[in-house]
Each structure stands twice: as structure tokens, then as C-alpha cells.
Design a protein around this ligand. Structure first.
Ligand code: 13P
Length: 264
């Protein structure tokens, strides 16, 4: 059974104090409310995993506010080198020391706003795996690519260049893929359940072709793009959707909690 992952990507929102406040409230919910206690049991039993990805300067305070191991912290990006003359960059050892278990790699804003290429992202993916920080690797098509029938070709090429040197064991145990159609991010236009499932099913087929059935059965595939409490349950009920990567609706703890509830 693949544990459902509910991951909040805060992007450039929530400073250190807001991050600590969010984590304290979420911990209180886990401890004190019936729904939260049910969620905490699901996490302890390995059925659900909770991740938040604050901006770099909020990671340490989010980590310090944790009272349990129920919440995992992710960085939103990293540099592939361990240290050196790279002004403005953050390395894997730094995010690990700050308390991160995961790192988001290849988010569409990194690809399209900051022009990170498939080659850049392959380096980051390999560096994260070597450091044993678990990657949440994002892929997804632009609106014009979807409209011209190119979705599958885009997903295949983003994946192929990223995972060409990985092994089946690594893919099975360490990698999470997030399918985020770019046209659905921050637009309020969620992919339909059927479209999201079709893309995630295709990603699993690609994984199966390359790494075999056991690895593809273990691989977790998330959907992201305008997820909210109203649509999270039906997305999560799709066969090949193992979790959600949530932007706007992960910023308020109440709506993040509601989305967690739909995973139980
Ligand atoms: P929204 O949920 O705000 O559309 O953002 C999705 C996303 O980019 C998560 O990484």
C-alpha cells in the first residue's frame, strides 16, 4: 500500500513566525481534536504522510515548533553542489541540518519563471538522492502543450531526462513524482479527476516500462494544481493519485487540515 502524501508548498509566503504558528496549530489539532487524532493515527500507521514546504528562512522555526514526528518538512529548491561560491544558493547539507526530509525539485515556477532546464533538474535530483534527502520531483505540461495534444510527450521527456540514471530500488523507495499541469496552478482550474488520473496512470506506466512493475507499484505520484478541500477527496480516490501537492490552500492551517481529513 502506498501512503498518501499531503504536501503543502507555501512558495514565497509565511515568514518564520507564521510558520511556527502554523506548525503549533497543526500539532494542537493532531493532539486535541477527534479528526486530528484520527489523522495522527493514520500517520503513525504509515497510511498518510504530511509534508510542509516553507520558504528557506522559515524552515528552522517550523522545525523548532514541531512537538512530534507527524509533520515532515521540505525545502522548495536546492543547489546541486554541496558548498562553494554560489551566491544566493542553498545546499542539501544546509536544508538537512535545518530539518528537511524532502526537497521539491523542478516545480513549474522553477522551470518556467526561473528557466531551470531538464539538465539542471537531473543534477538536482541526483544530488538529493546522494544526500538521502527525498525528492518530490515535479512535472507538468503548459496549456498550449495540452491543447496541441502534447501532454504525454512532455511528461515523458521531463521524466526521461531526470531519471535516466536511476535504479529501480531508488525509484521505489526514495522518489515521489508530482504531476502539476501548469495551467491548473494558481488559476482555480483544477484538472478533472479523470484527466489527473489519466496523467498519473501514464506516469506509472512509464515507470513500469523503465523500472519494472514492483518499482512502479511503489512509486508515489501526487497531483497538484488548484487543490482545495472541496476537490481533494475525489482526486485522492483515483487509483493512481497517491497524494496532493497544494499551494494556496495549504497556507491556512484550517484548509490544510480539511484536506488532510479527506485523505483518511
Ligand atoms: P495551487 O494549489 O495554488 O494551484 O498551487 C499548486 C502548486 O503549485 C503546488 O506546488
Amino acid at each position: 500500500m502506498r501512503a498518501k502524501m499531503i504536501a503543502g508548498n507555501w512558495k514565497m509566503n509565511s515568514g518564520a513566525a507564521a510558520a511556527a504558528d502554523f506548525v503549533e496549530k497543526l500539532e494542537t489539532w493532531f493532539a486535541d481534536s477527534p479528526e486530528g487524532r484520527q489523522a495522527a493515527s493514520a500517520v503513525r500507521e504509515g497510511r498518510v504522510e504530511i509534508v510542509i514546504a516553507p520558504p528557506f528562512t522559515s524552515i528552522a522555526s517550523a522545525h523548532a515548533a514541531k512537538k512530534s514526528d507527524l509533520i515532515n518538512i521540505a525545502a522548495q529548491n536546492i543547489h546541486h553542489r554541496q558548498k562553494g561560491a554560489f551566491t544566493g544558493e542553498i545546499s542539501l547539507p544546509m536544508i538537512e541540518e535545518a530539518g528537511c526530509r524532502y526537497v521539491i525539485i523542478g516545480h513549474s515556477e522553477r522551470r518556467h519563471v526561473f528557466k531551470e532546464t531538464n539538465e539542471d533538474l537531473e543534477k538536482k535530483l541526483i544530488a538529493a538522492l546522494e544526500s538521502r534527502v527525498l525528492p518530490i520531483f515535479c512535472i507538468g505540461e503548459l496549456l498550449e502543450e495540452r491543447e496541441s495534444g502534447d501532454t504525454k510527450r512532455v511528461l515523458a521527456s521531463q521524466l526521461e531526462s531526470a531519471w535516466r540514471s536511476l535504479t529501480s530500488d531508488v525509484v521505489a523507495e526514495m522518489v515521489v513524482i508530482a504531476y502539476e499541469p501548469v495551467w491548473a496552478i494558481g488559476t482555480g482550474k483544477t484538472a478533472s479527476d479523470a484527466d489527473a488520473e489519466e496523467a498519473c496512470d501514464y506516469i506509472r506506466t512509464l515507470a513500469c516500462d523503465k523500472f519494472g512493475i514492483a518499482a512502479s507499484d511503489s512509486l508515489r505520484i501526487l497531483y497538484g494544481g488548484s487543490v482545495k478541500p472541496e476537490n481533494s477527496g475525489s482526486l485522492l480516490s483515483q487509483k493512481n493519485i497517491d497524494g496532493l501537492l497544494i499551494g494556496g490552500a495549504s497556507l491556512e492551517v484550517e484548509s490544510f487540515e480539511k484536506i488532510i481529513e479527506t485523505s483518511l
